[in-house]
Design a protein around this ligand. Sequence first.
Ligand code: N01
Length: 542
Amino acid sequence: MAEVDAIVVGAGFAGLRALYTLRKLGLRVTVLEASDDVGGVWYHNAYPGARCDVESYDYSYRFSPELEQEWRWTERYAQQPEILRYIHHVADRFDLRRDVLLNTRMTRAEYDEAGARWTVTAEDGRTWTTWMLVLCVGQLSLPKRPDYPGQDLFEGEVVHSGQWPKRKVEWASRRVAIIGTGSSGMQMTPVIAQTAKHLTVFQRTPNYSVPAANAPVTEEEDRQVKASYPARRAQAANSPSGLGFMPNRRSALDDPPEVREQVYEAAYNRLGFGFALAYHDILLSKPANDTAAEFVRRKTAEKIRDPELRKKLVPMDHAFAARRPSVDSGYYEAFNRDNVELADLREAPIVEFTPTGIRTTAKHHEFDLVILATGFDVFTGSLFKPEITGRGGLTLKRKWANGPITHLGIGVNAFPNLFIVVGPGSPSLLSNVLVSTEEQLDWLATLIAKMRDEGIREFEVTAQAEQEWVAHVNERAKETIYPSAQSFYMGSELPGKPRVFMPYSGGVRGYRRLLHQCAEQGYSGFELRKAPAASRPRRQAS
Ligand code: N01
């Protein structure tokens, strides 16, 4: 059994950053990565049209000024191949690959209370013992597949957007189905529409989308960003979402309609996600949100020629951004093409797959290729896949049976020396996830340095702290429009999942303050122990 100081699980953006940071502290680190290359979601989501909807310069690591200066982004919103090249560049430049074990899926982790160490087991039986276990498994890593009758009978090709095959997938001149109209479905639709013989998009819930306003990055823009990168990073860290946009301090209801129209028009045409911050209360108040929703609906409708299609594609049943909106490049316009058809599943649900296609209650559609853009088991799927057992034989899955319970989204009572990166209870998917990742890992580095310097062997969240944090997460969520919709923020993407609000909606800036406050107060809400808890009178694991 190999002995290390830290096992990091996952070699995407977060896992590589964890490796870099913990290695710098002098720890012996091993990264376990289930797939055959580094890159995480950016390795797997290689579907046509995949690109980031956070600006490239902000969706990049901040830990190395040299890296910031030498990398040249080509587009305002980078495409998946470019992001993957960047991740590979980072892995090579900082010599990270030597500590990454590919094709190594962690299946179990068990805490040894007496020794204050985790025993980690991989699918192939290899084991390690480690002081720290750092989970960088992603929130959108476990693809969700529909379960329609006859799915196995279909004789054409079936692929999932989140596990796009490494072989070439041909869609040109073929009859293609896309099931799902979240960000993935919306991004791939206009690309596939260009060359497919026929494309049918199966929509269950119409989603809001704002234009990406993508463009090549000019030399002058690149120079300007690089000349003031520290200020840009500081702005991102101090903004509510980590995107660098400061919200308009005014309420949407403060301005007369004609002024509001101008504000929305400017934000819509340039800011992508930043549109949601065009006024500070769009995400907080229904009447304010109504004005934004009405604007986006109107702009969306203008892009769709057929009035019947307009009625189906324009979302009417939820508040703007209560479900995650998309940032698209020509999604709605694609439906003006003769070879693109919408199958509205609310009107005519899928009955079954057949050997040649998909039958709805309205008709039979023939396909050569079916693309499942049906999303993921979000937040908890990848955390529950391995069996993680803390003190007293308690598994994470059992502990979280009624929803995730954490302190600050990073630690769990009864699971000492376990650190979750951008998991539930942290800003996570409500933020620029790179900003959140680096913030949490820098915080962890400070904690570990202190533990090492002071001979502390265990950190563990207290039961009281995590109860208070969950209550705080719920309180903050209630101040927003998020709980008003069925969404993966609420665990609604899968039947049987507890309906609780998963991410922290208090903002990147507010969250960062709380992290710092926790450290300044001697890691309030955490017990830091020089001797393992097991060597003291036993407490009941909650
Ligand atoms: O997944 P989704 P996604 N039958 O869950 C539908 C990130 N991301 O892969 O809403 C028919 O959003 C489902 O319908 P409904 C980003 O955080 C980022 O698109 O459940 N339809 C929905 O329309 C994003 O939010 C980028 O009614 C079914 C769709 O499938 C997250 O990943 C790009 C169905 C799933 O949408 C997930 O996006 C792409 C069924 N049985 C993704 N099951 C960037 O740009 C599900 N659906 C960074």
